[in-house]
Design a protein around this ligand. Structure first.
Ligand code: G4P
Length: 321
């Protein structure tokens, strides 16, 4: 696995959510609209499975609208789930969240049965920014670096509408390799957990098909067909050359070029881009799950042999042929 991180405060957050979920009516799961599938925390899905969920595709201003629509349709077709897209410039965000949550839990409301909503998301998904804008004051302190722990907070969005905040949380083991790269490209994973060049090459490998025109325009590359035909290494080197990421002797500094590509993606310099469609993500997930199951079978076999070797359990009888 190329992307690895130490989940740090994960256990504490898990505990907080497990306790809190008992008195929660709706869960808001904040997703990154540029990578909705990859930014969904599978551990969170397990912890909150019993509650209706509002999926909020945040940072929609940076995502490809032609892809946001199918993602919304995908989530809206799931039972007990509703989806909306937002960004920090949305002045009606609070009202849209309140309306969607009320639709998911119509029996809640009024002072006797106030709506209790838990808001969750991975680091850097824009949760603090959204909460700050919802309460129009600095109720949630924006974290400087992905993975900073914050205590749970309660925010009133209306007299009978409480929002409980949780710390941004990643999960310990990603089984979808592509998700690791997409999370790293988006800035959800701390810098020490990945190699810039590897992430940039994966990013270019994806972008050069649906978004070759963006690469061509941003880096003033030859024609679009040529961009798609280049290998990832060639593309990174060419971008480095065009942008003057050079080292002594005039050779391209690929580390610098990689940082440049990642930064351009993160800051929207490549335009509104979405790194996965629902169909693509479903395929990646199925492949990741298959690989994970095979890995588990191998691990179990090694463990069984170890136990037999050290006579902790008897050798199973051989089958007659
Ligand atoms: P978190 O609490 O979920 O960890 O995320 P946070 O709100 O700190 O947001 C992470 C980064 O994403 C911030 O940028 C923030 O400005 C940006 N952001 C949040 N919501 C949106 C949105 O809807 N659209 C866009 N384009 N960006 C958004 P930063 O560069 O890390 O910090 P800053 O200097 O901009 O504050």
């Amino acid at each position: 696995m190329a992307i690895q991180w130490f989940p740090g405060h994960m256990h504490l957050t898990k505990q907080v959510i497990t306790e809190r979920i008992k008195a929660i009516d709706v869960v808001i799961e904040l997703l990154d609209a540029r990578l909705p599938g990859s930014s969904a925390n599978p551990m969170l899905a397990q912890l909150t499975a019993s509650r209706p969920t509002l999926k909020v595709l945040n940072k929609q201003d940076m995502a490809d609208p032609l892809r946001t629509a199918p993602w919304l349709a995908h989530y809206n077709s799931q039972p007990g789930t509703c989806a909306i897209a937002l960004d920090s410039s949305d002045t009606a965000a609070a009202q849209r969240l309140i309306t969607s949550c009320r639709a998911l839990a119509p029996l809640r409301g009024g002072m006797v049965k106030p709506m209790r909503v838990l808001i969750c998301g991975i680091p850097n998904v824009g949760k603090s920014t959204l909460i700050n804008s919802l309460v129009r004051k600095r109720a949630a302190k924006a974290a400087d670096e992905a993975g900073v722990t914050k205590a749970e907070q309660r925010i009133s969005l209306a007299d009978d509408f409480y929002l409980y905040d949780t710390p941004g949380m990643l999960w310990p083991r990603i089984i979808v390799a592509k998700s690791g790269y997409n999370l790293a490209a988006s800035g959800a994973v701390g810098r020490n957990a990945f190699d810039d060049e590897e992430v940039a090459l994966e990013l270019l490998d994806y972008l050069k098909n649906p978004y070759a025109d963006r690469l061509q325009a941003r880096y003033k590359l030859a024609d679009v067909a040529q961009v798609s035909a280049m290998t990832d290494d060639e593309l990174l080197t060419e971008i480095g050359r065009k942008r003057g990421a050079l080292q002594s002797g005039g050779r391209v500094n690929t580390q610098k070029a990689a940082e440049l590509v990642i930064n351009d993606f993160r800051t929207g310099q490549l335009g509104a881009i979405t790194l996965e469609t629902p169909e693509e993500f479903a395929l990646w997930l199925a492949a990741g799950q298959k690989l994970d199951a095979e890995r588990q079978v191998k691990k179990d076999a090694i463990e069984l042999n170890r136990l037999i070797k050290f006579k902790k359990i008897p050798r199973p009888p051989r089958e007659e042929s």
